[in-house]
Design a protein around this ligand. Structure first.
Ligand SMILES: Cc1ncc(COP(=O)(O)O)c(C=O)c1O
Length: 369
């Protein structure tokens, strides 16, 4: 056999790509982006997608082209990546503490339209002091805990007091609230989901009225996710939604939101079938995350994942006579959690109708700081 070498070329069939590889179906991705944009096109609510799902400037640009007002990031280092390509309307929906990160944040605030979340008066003082020293202004959202019990002050008087302290800080501008209902986004029953979302946001609505009563206008209320986006206008006071997963979807979210379609798969190669019922492929924990459950092998109804080790997926074929899979064959997995799976890869192999059309760098992967 003549060895012609392995080259990745635009136009090649994706089945010929070496594995593990993260495959993105451009048509499905585009449909998902437009579906979300369309849903909010006549709404007062803005779409500010969370880049935690894709970590990729090309995809953020597609979202903005479809009408997104800006982006949401979790980390300063992520915001730096997107600001460097000219996306400047950025919410960091987390608290940024400690001098190293606040210095990076305030450097970025000098050149971008940043917003950041706070939930602590000491953090407000620290942010204000460094902004003053650098002569920059930083826009701030007070994070309110609406039941997720992660970050955030309690709604009511605590939120009001913190908002007042931001308003009083000379180099900070109080814009409103951050409130994420992450504990509700995966509720499968739509009626229960809607009821719980309405209950969770009710104390925040009252808090907003309290602020307005004392002359503190609330311009921005940011939160929401793929599981709850359609409730934003009717059950919440949100002015913008931070939807992330809808662009790609995954096995977990597909059960909650069949209105968006999976656009991402992990391509893998069978490396061994040592006995008829055991299938071993080359995509392990370095290629697929498992904190939301096992990734799903597509095209084999009766396959059960036994475990993922670093470099291997080990499955049992419950009906081994029906499967012709053998060493060298390609298979595809649907991730159980797309955001952490994407973080394991450097590139998206973008395809249309089975042919490679582009390769996008996952520029903000590993941006943990
Ligand atoms: C603060 C915040 N906003 C929005 C999202 C996006 O959620 P989803 O992927 O459900 O759309 C997340 C996801 O973890 C989040 O942490």
């Amino acid at each position: 056999m003549k060895n012609m070498g392995y080259r990745v070329e635009i136009g090649m069939p994706i089945g010929e790509l070496d594995t593990p590889a993260l495959l993105v179906d451009l048509d499905v991705l585009t449909q998902n982006i437009h579906k979300m944009a369309q849903f909010f096109s006549k709404s007062r609510i803005q779409v500010r997608p969370h880049i935690k799902t894709h970590k990729c400037p090309q995809i953020a640009e597609l979202q903005i082209k479809a009408g997104a007002s800006g982006i949401t990031c979790a980390k300063v280092s992520e915001a730096e990546v997107f600001a460097a390509v000219g996306i400047t309307d950025i919410l960091i929906a987390n608290q940024i503490t400690g001098p190293a990160k606040i210095n990076r944040l305030t450097d970025l605030a000098g050149t971008s339209d940043l917003m950041v979340a706070v939930d602590d008066p000491a953090n407000v003082r620290e942010l204000n002091q460094i902004c003053q020293e650098k002569d920059v202004n930083l826009r701030v959202l007070v994070e309110v805990n609406i039941g997720m019990n992660r970050c955030g002050v309690e709604p009511g008087i605590e939120a009001l007091e913190l908002a007042k302290s931001v308003q009083a800080a000379s180099s900070l501008t109080f814009l409103g609230f951050q409130a994420y209902e992450g504990h509700l986004v995966l509720i499968e029953d739509p009626v229960e989901r809607a009821e719980k979302v309405a209950q969770a946001f009710a104390p925040l609505t009252q808090t907003i009225q309290m602020l307005e009563g004392v002359g503190l206008p609330v311009q921005v209320v940011s939160g929401g996710g793929t599981g709850t986006y359609d409730l934003a206008a009717t059950k919440t006071p949100l002015t913008e939604v931070q939807v992330g997963s809808y662009v790609f979807m995954d096995d977990t979210y597909s059960r909650v939101r069949p209105d968006f379609s999976p656009a991402i798969m992990v391509s893998s190669t069978v490396v061994s079938r040592p006995v008829p019922e055991r299938l071993v492929t080359d995509a392990g924990l370095k290629a697929m995350s498992n904190e939301f459950g096992w990734p799903v092998l597509l095209g084999e109804d009766r396959a059960t994942m036994n475990y993922l080790s670093e470099e291997h997926a080990v499955l049992t074929l419950d009906d081994p006579q029906k499967s012709t899979l053998k060493g060298g064959d390609k298979v595809q997995f649907l991730p159980s959690h797309v955001c952490t799976t994407v973080n394991l890869h450097e590139k998206f192999y973008v395809h249309q109708n089975g042919a490679l059309v582009d390769i996008w760098s996952i520029e903000a992967r590993g941006c943990t700081q």
